[in-house]
Ligand binder design. Structure first.
Ligand SMILES: Nc1ncnc2c1ncn2[C@@H]1O[C@H](COP(=O)(O)OP(=O)(O)OP(=O)(O)O)[C@@H](O)[C@H]1O
Ligand SMILES: [Mg+2]
Length: 247
């Protein structure tokens, strides 16, 4: 059994059949990059893996545990599966340190002292210990996104989901966030990320999944998908990316 398994996953928003039978295996320590046109279902898929959305059909398991279906403890799922969004979503009324320490205290019942010291270590790891007492609106976008990533890491997740985490950043701030993700990949963090950063995906991914209209239309190692895709739609998508100067 794969570390993360999706089998025939379906999701509707009203009449909109957004996920149409998604099958995906993620092995421990793999980095999976979801690529595909806007609206193909990347964010929805990530949100389903984190139980932020209920699915209408199929099964999702993480480390053997079902994360979908009746009787699921969504808080337990979210305690083990971290997610980071494009828009950071830091708590504006909490400092960087408090943002990172909050969930370990509330969800993991860690003492304030332990949560604070862990948060400090994580801030140091991303070079932001001097920003510990700053509120999010006093941090740059890249700094806020690094805090959002370590906030997820503070829960020691088994799996980390990253949804277009560099899309809202000024170009000069993208590198510092990608560097951190690269480091996490080297450390063996299992990750599924939706990204428009094709060069980064090519470099960091164990497997690329090209999504089209709610299914994984083609998947494979980056060197195959980017250089020699089998399916016409994959080739067409990549041709458009290349034409736009993004690969
Ligand atoms: N909460 C929602 N309510 C209704 N429809 C939704 C909701 N979230 C997403 N959708 C619809 O689901 C489809 C897939 O959206 P999704 O956000 O998953 O696409 P995406 O691949 O992440 O796109 P992008 O690259 O623009 O981020 C779209 O048609 C979208 O309008
Ligand atoms: Mg999206």
């Amino acid at each position: 059994m794969a570390f993360v398994e999706l089998r025939d996953v379906h999701k509707h928003f009203g009449r909109n059949h957004v996920l149409r039978g998604v099958d995906l295996d993620v092995e421990l320590h793999q980095v999976i990059c979801l690529i595909g046109a806007s609206g193909c279902g990347k964010s929805t898929l990530l949100r389903c893996i984190n139980a932020l959305e209920e699915i209408d059909g199929g099964v999702i398991t993480v480390d053997g545990d079902r994360v979908s279906g009746p009787g699921i403890d969504v808080d337990a799922v979210r305690a083990h599966v971290g997610i980071v969004f494009q828009s950071f979503n830091l708590f504006p009324h909490l400092t960087a340190l408090e943002n990172v320490a909050l969930a370990p205290r509330k969800v993991r019942r860690m003492s304030t002292r332990e949560a604070t010291s862990t948060a400090r270590e994580l801030l140091a790891r991303v070079g932001l210990v001097d920003k510990a007492d700053q509120y999010p609106d006093h941090l740059s976008g890249g700094q806020q996104q690094r805090v959002a990533i370590i906030r997820a890491l503070a829960m020691s997740p088994r799996l980390l989901l990253l949804d277009e985490i560099t899309s809202a950043l000024d170009p000069e701030l993208v590198a510092e966030v990608l560097d951190l993700v690269r480091e996490l990949a080297t450390d063996g963090m299992t990750m599924v990320l939706a990204t428009h950063e094709m060069n980064f995906a090519r470099e960091v991914a164990s497997k690329i999944c090209f999504m089209h209209q709610g299914t994984i239309h083609e998947e494979g190692p980056p060197e195959v998908i980017f250089s020699n895709p089998e399916k016409e739609r994959t080739a067409g998508f990549l041709a458009r990316i290349i034409a736009a100067g993004r690969l």
